[in-house]
Design a protein around this ligand. Structure first.
Ligand SMILES: NC(=O)c1ccc[n+]([C@@H]2O[C@H](COP(=O)([O-])OP(=O)(O)OC[C@H]3O[C@@H](n4cnc5c(N)ncnc54)[C@H](OP(=O)(O)O)[C@@H]3O)[C@@H](O)[C@H]2O)c1
Length: 238
């Protein structure tokens, strides 16, 4: 049996990954606030204490089972608050960093700790963003958190080179996808995000990819034996 653990599997790209991997025979664990399937673990990633309380025992129990392959996809994410960072309340700032960065690190740490000694193919996939690679007005928290988690994954990849049963760690840029996150981006003011009209145009022009298409490209990346620590853009794997 194969196992896929996916954060943010309740909707958007994560839900498409859940459906695709389930159809491919993976046992699924989905982590989110609103996922309501038997595969879901309810956790608010904005609150790292919840991760520490709910996740370690679940991952350790899963690691005692016999797996042919294990996958952790760090997919949960949020764009907001959008706008210049000094205008944002501390609570909003911490929520963004906790979801996109702190809790993602805790999930990966717990995964590595639980599965390190398991001798089957193991992969961590971080769903990154073009925003990890450049600064965007109004998105500084998202840019910073995505850049941080992307480079954390590179560090993990280096650490894993030294292990007896290494876990492969990859970053994937998913391009622009027709999900709730894009609706959130389109809903902000031009004052908070001067590029908002371009993103409204993406939707109107049909430039956003469907989550199922992006999930398929991620599968192509996983099936093409990419190097540990590498970064990929889905447009090369559609
Ligand atoms: N959409 C794009 O164009 C685009 C572009 C580049 C990168 N990405 C990246 O792709 C990934 C998926 O994004 P998406 O577009 O599918 O977003 P989405 O439709 O907004 O879905 C976000 C997912 O993250 C989960 N999530 C958000 N806050 C959470 C919290 N506090 N606790 C637990 N789970 C939380 C949500 O679950 P609940 O609400 O149920 O908790 C949901 O399942 C993200 O990492 C994003 O940064 C997206």
């Amino acid at each position: 049996m194969k196992l896929a653990i996916i954060s943010g599997g309740s909707r958007g790209l994560g839900a498409a990954l859940v459906e695709m991997l389930k159809a491919d025979g993976y046992a699924i664990k989905e982590l989110s606030r609103t996922g309501r399937s038997a595969d879901s673990i309810t956790v608010d990633l904005a609150q790292p204490d919840q991760v520490l309380k709910k996740i370690p025992s679940q991952f350790q129990d899963l690691a005692t089972l016999a797996w042919q392959e294990v996958l952790l996809i760090n997919n949960a994410g949020m764009i907001g608050p959008v706008g210049i960072v000094s205008d944002k309340a501390t609570e909003e700032v911490l929520t963004n960093i906790n979801v996109n960065f702190t809790s993602a690190i805790l999930l990966m740490r717990e995964f590595i700790g639980a599965f390190q000694a398991v001798a089957c193919p193991k992969t961590i996939v971080n769903i990154s963003s073009g925003a990890a690679l450049r600064g965007i007005y109004g998105w500084s928290l998202y840019c910073g958190a995505k850049a941080g988690i992307e480079n954390f994954v590179r560090g993990v990849a280096v650490e894993q080179e030294m292990q007896s049963h290494p876990i492969k760690a990859l970053n994937i840029g998913p391009g622009i996808i027709d999900t709730g996150m894009q609706a959130d981006i389109r809903s902000v003011s031009a004052e908070d995000f001067p590029g908002v009209d371009q993103f409204r145009g993406f939707k109107e022009e049909g430039a956003l990819r469907q989550p199922e298409e992006v999930a398929g490209a991620i599968k192509n990346i996983l099936n093409s034996n990419q190097a540990n620590g590498s970064r990929h853009d889905i447009k090369d794997f559609l």
